[in-house]
Write a protein that binds this ligand. Structure first.
Ligand code: PRP
Length: 175
């Protein structure tokens, strides 16, 4: 079940997305970006932030998964690769959450092999205490404690992604 009060409200999310977009626009002034959303989880954050970033961009998506219910399997499945060539481009990876870091580490390694001009990472949420491998994060919306959260793209068994806010999820046996 989803607990009553949002962990992050629509207003808190909007405010932080605006701040991140302003910072990114400033940092990339004079450059073109290839913004890469990591699906499925990043779809809502991606859509919100690209509307506010004030530099020219192309967009693309990677579809990957590694979680079954609440647990990382430690194995990243690539369901769909990029359609764009990243060589010599300024790639900005846009992710919903970093937990163990395994997903982003895998993607980062894969994309660096393709020789982009630069590669930066923007994650809306950062569960630092769960990290198993360090990944350099350039832009973070909120650092959060180790709650299992859903909404704003994040799921439990593919449900709750459509919530416009972020809530703590509790299994029936935790109630
Ligand atoms: C979630 C999330 C991140 C990843 C973070 O994706 O969207 O991509 O897990 O976890 P990690 O840092 O421990 O690797 P998931 O594998 O659940 O797929 P989804 O995006 O389709 O929900």
């Amino acid at each position: 079940m989803v607990t009553g009060k949002p962990f992050l409200t629509v207003e808190q999310i909007e405010k932080r997305v605006q701040e991140l977009a302003a910072e990114i626009s400033n940092d990339y002034e004079g450059k073109d970006i290839l913004a890469v959303g990591i699906l499925k989880g990043a779809f809502m954050f991606f859509s919100d932030i690209v509307k506010l970033i004030q530099v020219p961009m192309d967009i693309d998506f990677l579809t990957v998964s590694s979680y079954v219910k609440k647990e990382s399997t430690g194995t990243m499945n690539m369901h769909a690769d990029l359609r764009e060539n990243v060589r010599d481009r300024h790639v900005l990876l846009i992710e919903d959450i970093v937990d163990t870091g395994l997903t982003l580490n895998h993607i980062r390694t894969l994309l660096l092999e393709r020789k982009p001009a630069s590669l930066k990472i923007c994650s809306f949420l950062d569960k630092k205490s769960c990290r198993e491998i360090e990944v350099p994060l350039d832009y973070v919306g909120y650092a959060i404690p180790n709650h299992y959260i859903v909404g704003y793209g994040l799921d439990y068994e593919n449900k709750f992604r459509n919530l416009p806010y972020i809530s703590i999820f509790k299994s029936e046996d935790q109630e």
